[in-house]
Design a binder for this molecule. Structure first.
Ligand SMILES: O=C[C@H](O)COP(=O)(O)O
Length: 214
């Protein structure tokens, strides 16, 4: 199972979370990536943790003020990127362009989507992974794997029908080892989570609990 911890714009210490994630990953053997704010990519990458951007734009070098250039994210140490997160939605053409940009910069990609139909659509664009996240469960602490398990199984089916090489992750409300195990039993190959770690009093303990059953 892959674990991607999105720090969003939460007021956590990105280096503390990244260091904890690297230590837990090293101790457990679980693949844990951390996606900080773009301005924190370099400091997070310096901890040695697998570092992802939260977004890159469908742009090349040029006149694109305010964009996140895939090459700049990679130079800062990112090796992957989320795209089309529920809080950073893109038009289909821009998801396609951002995937091209990520490929140019050699970034692993995970495209988020609200539901299984959208998962099928974005899987067709050829990302490395897709992540299904019902927006109404994000940040609630109620895991998608319990509240809406069919969303996960249907997303796995939808992606497989289009391209079975695309890994399917799930997210929204995931915070415990039990949530992660349920996600795996439903066919997910990874989880995308945020508040359970970024808002935890002790992010390292939260991560240890998360990977304990694996
Ligand atoms: O990127 C992470 C997801 O939006 C899930 O967030 P959450 O774990 O706070 O529900």
């Amino acid at each position: 199972m892959k674990v991607v911890v999105n720090l969003k714009a939460y007021p956590c210490d990105p280096v503390e979370v990244a260091t904890a994630a690297r230590e837990v990953s090293d101790a457990s053997g679980v693949d844990i990536a951390v996606a900080p704010q773009a301005a924190h990519l370099e400091r997070v990458a310096e901890t040695g943790v697998e570092t992802w951007a939260q977004h890159v734009g469908p742009v090349e070098h040029g006149s694109h003020t305010g964009s996140t250039l895939a090459e700049a994210a990679a130079e800062a140490g990112a090796t992957g990127t989320l795209l089309n997160h529920s809080e950073r939605r893109l038009k289909l053409a821009d998801i396609d362009g951002a995937l091209d940009a990520a490929e140019r910069a050699d970034l692993e990609t995970c495209v988020c989507a609200n539901n299984p139909d959208q998962i099928g659509a974005v899987a067709a664009l050829g990302p490395d992974a897709v992540a299904v996240e019902p927006p109404e469960l994000i940040g609630t602490g109620t895991p998608v794997s319990k509240a809406d398990p069919d969303v996960v199984t249907d997303a796995v089916e939808a992606a497989e029908a289009v391209d079975d090489s695309v890994a399917v992750y799930c997210g929204a409300g995931i915070s415990t080892g039990e949530d992660l195990t349920s996600a795996r039993e439903l066919g997910a190959e990874g989880v995308l989570l945020a508040s359970g770690v970024a808002k935890a009093d002790d992010p390292k303990a939260a991560l240890e609990d998360l990977v304990a059953p694996l």
